[in-house]
Design a protein around this ligand. Sequence first.
Ligand code: NAD
Length: 296
Amino acid sequence: MSAERIDGKAYAAGLRQRLAAAVPAFERATGRVPGLAVVLVGEDPASAVYVRSKGKATVEAGMASFEHKLPADTSEADLLALVDQLNRDATVDGILVQLPLPRQIDEQRVIAAIDPDKDVDGFHVANAGRLAVGQPGFVPCTPLGCLMLLQDRLGDLSGMEAVVIGRSNIVGKPMAQLLLGANCTVTIAHSRTRDLPAVVRRADIVVAAVGRPEMVKGDWLKPGAVVIDVGINRVPAAEEGKTRLVGDVDYASAAEVASAITPVPGGVGPMTIAVLLRNTLVAAFRRAGLAAPEGL
Ligand code: NAD
């Protein structure tokens, strides 16, 4: 058996097109376009790349991007003051503070200061709570993107056995909540799980969000399982001095057993920014008291 490759890049491109198509209706109704503010503190090169690509994608979708770059020695008070200003700015629908933050700043305090209705990253405890009790809020972008790929592939997920490997607040836990909301029977596995292969083997759906290169092997999978690989790991490439990206799943052996699997790169990765734009558009419609377009 050779698994079908789930093309997250293509799905994300389609989502971004649907978002761009919905912007003019918002602009006609409100006289402005949705706006996303992204705050970068310091010079971390990976964070700078993420912020740049988020800004570019925002503009490509016809929305406004407000980039705030602060020096690495910015105080927590100054960052909180900026967040407060963005909370009150009517042209800003979404606020994203790029993590990690420098050591002198308490990340939790900053996340807590973001207006939950502008928290398009879905990291505020109010949004974690809304997700847990099934109220509308904002869901972290990566797990919501994974759910979209699963529903696109499988349709109704009711009754399926889902195993999420990883219990972080930004991926594993919200992923499990989303799958539960979609009526799966959900198991969360983590670093203390006993006999992980046996747990994974009962899953119709496996979501791996661990951060360990190629940990999940094909012989851990139930034949026909659908595998979503969230992991992004940089490992040495065959050519000396070069690196390559791999997921948390050993793609070659898993593809022999699974019915469908996301590749790394080109699977979950492209979904994250597309869902960020989706959350920003939804935030804009909600804040304006308008119904968000269907199918996003
Ligand atoms: P994290 O380090 O916060 O959490 C990892 C989780 O894996 C923990 O809950 C831990 O219990 C579990 N774990 C660790 N070792 C384990 C083991 N041996 N067996 C079972 N479980 C184990 O990581 P995270 O932020 O959730 O990210 C996970 C991976 O997803 C990373 O590779 C990260 O780069 C990637 N990621 C990708 C995207 C994307 O856009 N595609 C977004 C976020 C994270």
